[in-house]
Design a protein around this ligand. Sequence first.
Ligand code: CTP
Ligand code: CA
Length: 228
Amino acid sequence: VVACLSPQVLAGQRVLITAGPTFEAIDPVRGITNHSSGKMGFALARAAREAGADVTLVAGPVHLRTPRGVHRVDVRSAQQMLDAVLAHVHEVNIFIAAAAVADWRPAQAATHKLKKDGSGQPPALTFVENPDILATVAASPRAQRGELYCVGFAAESHDVLAHAQAKRVRKGVPLLVGNIGPATFGRDDNALWLVDERETVELPPASKIALARQLVREIARRLGTDAG
Ligand code: CTP
Ligand code: CA
């Protein structure tokens, strides 16, 4: 019912969205993750679908219901998220990276559960950096040619605007969305900064679904798909 009421500003568009945290294994029973709830990415998937897009949602480990009509691919680690994105990105013309991808993973996940050895010494974990999914996609020939529109997010604890502007350039994306984290993690409302090469727009505090619908309209406006 809601879908019929939404302006079909993304009719015929194909959208790929990452959402949620990733989980990086230490051993078979434990790992490292973060407090991303996935709510913003799921709200975006719903809003894009309501706006008429064909939506694929690559989701890290979250307990959220799949928005109606959205194709969902579940993953755990950053590497699996990258693989799923690369498997689907050629089918789409809009990529939105809303996931809170773990920046590092344990260099080697143990194949057996780590056990206390009685010495009182904790295991020494070493880390390696995860692939940057957004930067990888943004550097692809289709994105460079303008056939694939990439949108990034930045969760910052301070100086949101300055960090968002710098991150947009560093990631090489036309649009970057800044929010104030980690206070927003798991909450239903949020406020966003939209930064592109021309302007900065603030979307004042609202529910994540209301912000997602506004963001979808902003993307459609920049792509010129909202004209009809
Ligand atoms: N991102 C990604 N893959 C990563 C890290 C980040 O796709 N390995 C994406 C996020 O989904 C987000 C954007 O890049 O859209 C910015 O993520 P953020 O964590 O804010 O930036 P980083 O580049 O990781 O820098 P830092 O965390 O040090 O601020
Ligand atoms: Ca990061």
